[in-house]
Design a protein around this ligand. Structure first.
Ligand code: SAM
Length: 289
């Protein structure tokens, strides 16, 4: 098919640059599935990490929903980002109204929220919206580069590690090493959330390692982020789901259960195609990243 050929051999090598773009409830169906998975009757406190957290919208969104649904267990959030500016903004937790930030060229983190979501997450604060204190108090923030194994080890283990939308701009080899380095951050039998990554890279790393793709609401979660339209012409856009692929569950799921642990199940582990070639040839456009 023309679109797959075009994306695989040309577009996937283009425009690889990191950004801080993020927004609250960016993938609400994904957060809903996470809430269901964590609402398993256990009583220990929960811990959730957002890796490459940017200005904090992803972690605050997750904490808000988890507090609303399973607060009895106590919930702690930790965000880490390589950018000092982003972590300072996350700590501040104060976001401009509207559709764009005036201090950067990124869209506003609050764009697209309903009134109910806005009042659930924020207090009004003049020209800004400030995340409610009880949500802020559950979170800690760290500056760090998660390509560094010592940094990752110091972050400890968590029930959920969200590693969304920062592995895609890396070179394939860098993304593979970074993803492999993050996997031990997930407690046995618990969950890694990873989207905004090259799909071949994800399948190659997670499939053979025995991580179970969570298939609940797979399609809804996969297509939820409306910033990812425009395939095949945009590198990070959603490729159409192809259920004829042997590895389709691993390829299109964004939530994975780690092997081990009492809750882990190996029954539904998808067959993965470890032999899918990862093209090592790079087009000259890749140098832009
Ligand atoms: C596009 S934002 C994604 C924010 C959020 N995870 C989301 O999905 O909405 C990517 C963030 O990853 C951060 N980042 C990129 N490389 C990183 C690294 N090696 N270690 C930690 N953070 C990194 C960037 O600074 C940026 O803020």
């Amino acid at each position: 098919m023309f679109g797959r050929f075009m994306h695989q051999h040309h577009v996937r090598y283009q425009d690889r640059h990191q950004s801080h773009v993020t927004r609250f409830l960016r993938n609400l169906p994904q957060l809903n599935v996470i809430c269901v998975l964590l609402n398993d009757g256990a009583t220990e406190a929960l811990s959730i990490a957002s890796v490459g957290c940017s200005t904090g919208a992803e972690l605050y969104s997750a904490i808000w929903l988890l507090q609303a649904r399973i607060n009895a267990r106590g919930i702690r959030g930790m965000g880490i980002d390589i950018s000092t500016w982003a972590i300072a903004a996350a700590c501040e937790a104060r976001y401009p109204h509207g559709t764009a930030r005036s201090d950067t060229d990124m869209p506003a983190e609050v764009s697209g929220l309903t009134d109910a979501q806005q009042s659930g997450l924020f207090d009004e604060d003049g020209e800004y919206l400030r995340v409610h204190e009880r949500i802020r108090d559950a979170c800690t923030w760290t500056v760090g580069d998660v390509r560094d194994p010592a940094t990752v080890e110091a972050l400890g283990q968590h029930d959920v590690v969200m590693a969304n939308n920062f592995l895609g701009p890396m070179s394939d080899n860098e993304a593979i090493a970074c993803l492999q380095g993050l996997m031990p951050m997930v407690k046995p039998g618990r969950y890694l959330v990873v989207e905004g990554i090259d799909l071949d890279v994800k399948s190659r790393v997670l499939g053979p390692a025995g991580w179970r793709p969570v298939t609940e609401d797979l399609e809804q979660v996969y297509f939820a982020d409306y910033w990812k339209r425009g395939w095949p012409w945009i590198r990070w856009a959603h490729e159409p789901i192809d259920r004829r692929r042997m590895d389709w569950r691993v390829r299109y799921s964004t939530i994975f259960q780690a092997p081990g642990g009492t809750a882990a199940s190996v029954e539904n582990v998808a067959t993965t195609v470890a032999s899918i070639p990862l093209s090592s040839a790079r087009s000259p456009a890749a140098a832009k990243q």
